[in-house]
Design a binder for this molecule. Structure first.
Ligand code: URA
Length: 435
C-alpha cells in the first residue's frame, strides 16, 4: 500500500477500506508514516467526512493501536460516563462513587483541562497524595475493592489518538466531528467498559457552541459504540452557565463532597442523577430512571456513596483527612466578593467568561508546561433566574495574586447580566439520544 494513494482517495471523496485505515493508523503509530502524511489525511477527513463504516474502522484501528483493557476479572456490567467538557463540570467525581455504591463498577479514564474547560484529573490532584497515574494492575485492584477508580490515560491506551490529537492541535483539524468522535470513542472503548453514557454539552462554555452540532456529535459517538456492541446512551445538556456553584479545582472537590453528603446544588445533582440513572438502567440494576434516581438518593442519604468516595481516594494514595475536613484542601490567599451593581434577576451567567477568568487566575493551563494552581477559582456563583439585591455577591473570586485577581475581575464583571424582569431557569437537559 502507498500512503499518498490513500490520502488521494479520501481527498477525492471516495470511502477508505478497513485495510487502508488499519495500514495508515498502524504505520503512523509505529512512525513509518510521517506526521505530514497523517496531517494531510486528517485534513482530507476534515473536508470529506467519513461514512459510518469508515468511522468504526478508524475507531477500531485507533483503539487497537495500544492495549485494550481486559476487565473480565471484575464482576458485573461495567459502565462509564464521558462528558465533552464544560465549566464547573465535576459530575464524574460524584457519579463514579455513586454508581459504584448502587452496584455498578465504574472504570474511568479521565482527562486534563482542555482550553477553558476543567479536567477531572486536575481536580482530583488537588487532594494531597491522590495518584492519577496507576498501572493497569493497580487500577483493577482499586476497582475490585471499591467499585470505582479514576485515572489518566496510560501510555499504552490508544497511543494513535495521543499522537494524532497533538498533530490535529497544530494543523487546524480539531473541530471535525468524525475525528473528535473516533478520538473520544477509541479511548473510552479501550478502557473495557460494557456500556457508556455520554454527556454532550453545548453552549458558550462547551466545545460545541450550538445544539445542532452537539446533536450530530452525540449521534456519531452513539453510532460508533452501538456498532462496537456497547450499550450507549447520550444526553444533550446546556453549558451556557457553569454547572453547580463553583469552578476551579479544589473548590470543585469541596462542592463534590457537599453533593455526596447530600447538600449539592439542584442543577449539578439533576445532571448527576440523570446520567447515573442511565448507567444503572443499562447495567440492569434498576428497571427505569425513576427507580434508579431513588436508589441513588438512598445511597447518598445512607452515607454509602460518600464512604465509597473516601475509599477510592484512600486507595489512590490520597489524604482522607482532607475529605473529612475539606477546609484543609488548598485555599487561596485572597477571597473577594463580586457585588451586584443593581437589583434584579440574573438573565445570563456566562460559562465562557467564568472559564476564561479561571484560566487567568491559574486554575487551567495557558501553555502545556504550566503548573496548575489548585486553590484558585470562583465559588458561590449565582444561577440564571435567581433574584439578586444590589450590593450582594454574585460570586466570590479566589486568587493568589492581586494582578491575576484584577485581570479576572475585568472578565467576571461582564459575566452576569441582570434584568429587572424575572426570567426562567435554563432547561438543563435538552434531549436524550436513544438508538
Ligand atoms: N476530546 C478528545 O479526547 N478528543 C477530541 O478530539 C476532542 C476532545
Amino acid at each position: 500500500m502507498v500512503p499518498q494513494w490513500i490520502i488521494e482517495k479520501k481527498r477525492d471523496g471516495r470511502p477508505l477500506t478497513r485495510d487502508d485505515i488499519e495500514f495508515f493508523i498502524s504505520g503512523f503509530t509505529s512512525g513509518k508514516i510521517p506526521d505530514y502524511q497523517m496531517s494531510a489525511l486528517a485534513m482530507a477527513i476534515y473536508f470529506q467526512g467519513m461514512t459510518p463504516t469508515e468511522l468504526s474502522d478508524l475507531t477500531n484501528a485507533m483503539m487497537n493501536s495500544g492495549k485494550v483493557m481486559d476487565l473480565s476479572s471484575i464482576k458485573g456490567f461495567k459502565a462509564d460516563k464521558h462528558s465533552t467538557g464544560g465549566i464547573g463540570d465535576k459530575v464524574s467525581i460524584i457519579l463514579a462513587p455513586l454508581a459504584a455504591s448502587c452496584g455498578v463498577p465504574v472504570p474511568m479514564i479521565s482527562g486534563r483541562g482542555l482550553g477553558i474547560t476543567g479536567g477531572t484529573l486536575d481536580k482530583l490532584e488537588s487532594i494531597p497524595g491522590y495518584r492519577t497515574g496507576l498501572s493497569a494492575a493497580e487500577f483493577k485492584r482499586v476497582l475490585k475493592k471499591c467499585g470505582c477508580s479514576m485515572i489518566g490515560q496510560t501510555a499504552d491506551l490508544a497511543p494513535a489518538d495521543k499522537k494524532l490529537y497533538a498533530l490535529r492541535d497544530v494543523t487546524g483539524t480539531v473541530p471535525s466531528i468524525p475525528l473528535i468522535s473516533a478520538s473520544i470513542m477509541s479511548k473510552k472503548l479501550a478502557e473495557g467498559a460494557d456500556g457508556l453514557v455520554l454527556d454532550v454539552k453545548f453552549g458558550s462554555g462547551a466545545f460545541m457552541k450550538d445544539l445542532k452540532s452537539a446533536r450530530e456529535l452525540a449521534h456519531t459517538m452513539v453510532g460508533i459504540g452501538k456498532r462496537m456492541k456497547k450499550k450507549m446512551s447520550a444526553l444533550l445538556t446546556d453549558m451556557n452557565q457553569p454547572l453547580g456553584r463553583t469552578a476551579g479545582n479544589s473548590l470543585e472537590i469541596k462542592e463534590c463532597i457537599e453533593c455526596l453528603r447530600g447538600n449539592g446544588p439542584a442543577d449539578l445533582m439533576l445532571i448527576t442523577h440523570e446520567l447515573t440513572a442511565r448507567m444503572l438502567v443499562m447495567a440492569g440494576v434498576a428497571k427505569d430512571t425513576k427507580s434508579a434516581i431513588r436508589m441513588q438518593e438512598d445511597r447518598i442519604k445512607s452515607g454509602k456513596a460518600f464512604a465509597n468516595f473516601k475509599k477510592m481516594v484512600q486507595l489512590h494514595g490520597g489524604s482522607v483527612k482532607h475529605i473529612d475536613n475539606p477546609a484543609l484542601l488548598p485555599n487561596a490567599a485572597i477571597i473577594k466578593p463580586l457585588k451586584a451593581k443593581r437589583t434584579g434577576y440574573a438573565t445570563e451567567v456566562s460559562a465562557e467568561l467564568i472559564g476564561r477568568a479561571c484560566l487567568v487566575l491559574g486554575a487551567g493551563r495557558q501553555a502545556v508546561t504550566d503548573k496548575i494552581d489548585h486553590a484558585v477559582g470562583v465559588s458561590g456563583i449565582v444561577k440564571v433566574g435567581e433574584k439578586i439585591a444590589q450590593g450582594k455577591p454574585l460570586m466570590f473570586v479566589h486568587a493568589n495574586s492581586e494582578k491575576r485577581l484584577k485581570e479576572s475581575l475585568a472578565l467576571l464583571e461582564q459575566a452576569v447580566i441582570i434584568s429587572v424582569n424575572p426570567v426562567r431557569k435554563l432547561k438543563l437537559i435538552r434531549e436524550e439520544i436513544v438508538m
